[in-house]
Design a protein around this ligand. Structure first.
Ligand SMILES: Nc1ncnc2c1ncn2[C@@H]1O[C@H](COP(=O)(O)OP(=O)(O)OP(=O)(O)O)[C@@H](O)[C@H]1O
Length: 250
C-alpha cells in the first residue's frame, strides 16, 4: 500500500467520528496547539521544551533563563495558530490570510516587518537557490494565490498542502519566520480538507531540509511530498489511538 492509500484509509476511519466538529474540534485544536507550536519553533532553534511551551501558551508565564525572543515566538505562534483555525470552515487561502498569519506570529518580535514582504534579498544556508528579488515578491505571491484557487482540486489534499509549503518557502517572502509561516499555511490546507496536521519534530530537520533542496536543485517534489505524507500519517495514527479507533484500520 502506498503512503497515500494508508492516509486515505485512516482519513475514512477518522472522518466517521467527525473530529473537526463541536467539542472534539476544540479538544484537538488545544492538543495540537502545544505540539505544533513547540515543534515548529524548536526546528528553528527555539530553546523552550514542550512543557515550557505549554506553560507559556496556557498560563502566559515567561520561563526564567530562556531568551525573551523564544517567549515571543511561542506566544506569537499560538496566536497565528488560533487564526489558522478560524479559517477551517473556508476553502480559501489568500495573500491577506498569509500576511495576517505572519503578522500575528512576528509582531512582538519585529513589528515593522510583521506581515510585510521583505525589502532585502535573502540567502538560505545550505542551498545555492536564488530567491526572488524583493520587487518580485508581490507578483509571485499573487501567482501562488491563483495557483491555490485553480489547482487545488487537481492534487491529493496532502500533496497539495506539501506543494504549497514548497512553493511558499521557495519565494521566502518575509525577512524571517518563513519556515513557521509555511508550516502554518500547509497545515491550514490540510485541516480545511479534513486531514490531520503534519508535525515535523526537530530530529527530522536534516531530512526536511534535504527534501526541500531536492525540489530546488533537481525539481523533484515527490521526496518532500512523501516526507509530509508520512508526518500526516503519524498524526492520523495518534488521533486514532486517542479516539479509540482500531489501529488495524491504519
Ligand atoms: N533550501 C531551502 N530553500 C528554501 N527554504 C528552505 C530551504 N531549506 C529549508 N527551508 C525552509 O526555510 C526555513 C528556515 O529558513 P530560514 O531560517 O531562512 O527561515 P526564516 O525565514 O528564518 O523562518 P523561520 O525562522 O520560521 O524558519 C525552514 O524551516 C524551511 O521551511
Amino acid at each position: 500500500m502506498t503512503i497515500y492509500e494508508k492516509i486515505d484509509r485512516c482519513h475514512k476511519a477518522i472522518s466517521e467520528v467527525r473530529p473537526f466538529e463541536g467539542h472534539m474540534l476544540k479538544q484537538l485544536k488545544d492538543y495540537y496547539r502545544i505540539g505544533l507550536t513547540w515543534s515548529s519553533n524548536a526546528i528553528e532553534g527555539n530553546t523552550l521544551t514542550i512543557s515550557e511551551t505549554k506553560v507559556v501558551l496556557e498560563d502566559g508565564l515567561t520561563i526564567g533563563g530562556r531568551p525573551l525572543r523564544d517567549f515571543y515566538e511561542t506566544v506569537g505562534h499560538g496566536q497565528a495558530y488560533d487564526f489558522m483555525f478560524t479559517l477551517i470552515g473556508e476553502r480559501r487561502i489568500t495573500v491577506e490570510d498569509i500576511k495576517t498569519m505572519h503578522r500575528l506570529f512576528y509582531k512582538s518580535i519585529d513589528e515593522a516587518n510583521a506581515g510585510t514582504w521583505r525589502k532585502e534579498s535573502v540567502i538560505v544556508s545550505g542551498t545555492g537557490y536564488v530567491f526572488p528579488r524583493p520587487q518580485e515578491i508581490e507578483g509571485q505571491m499573487r501567482k501562488l494565490e491563483k495557483w491555490v484557487k485553480s489547482e487545488r482540486n487537481n492534487y491529493h489534499p496532502v500533496t497539495f498542502a506539501a506543494l504549497l509549503h514548497l512553493k511558499f518557502v521557495s519565494i521566502h517572502p518575509f525577512i524571517d519566520g518563513n519556515g513557521r509561516t509555511s508550516r502554518l499555511i500547509m497545515n491550514l490546507a490540510l485541516i480545511q480538507d479534513g486531514y490531520q496536521l503534519a508535525i515535523i519534530p526537530p530530529v527530522l530537520r536534516p531530512e526536511y531540509n534535504d527534501t526541500i533542496r531536492q525540489y530546488q536543485n533537481k525539481g523533484k517534489s515527490e521526496p518532500f511530498c512523501e516526507f509530509i505524507a508520512e508526518r500526516v500519517y503519524e498524526t492520523q495514527k495518534e488521533i486514532m489511538r486517542l479516539l479509540h479507533i482500531p489501529l488495524d484500520l491504519a
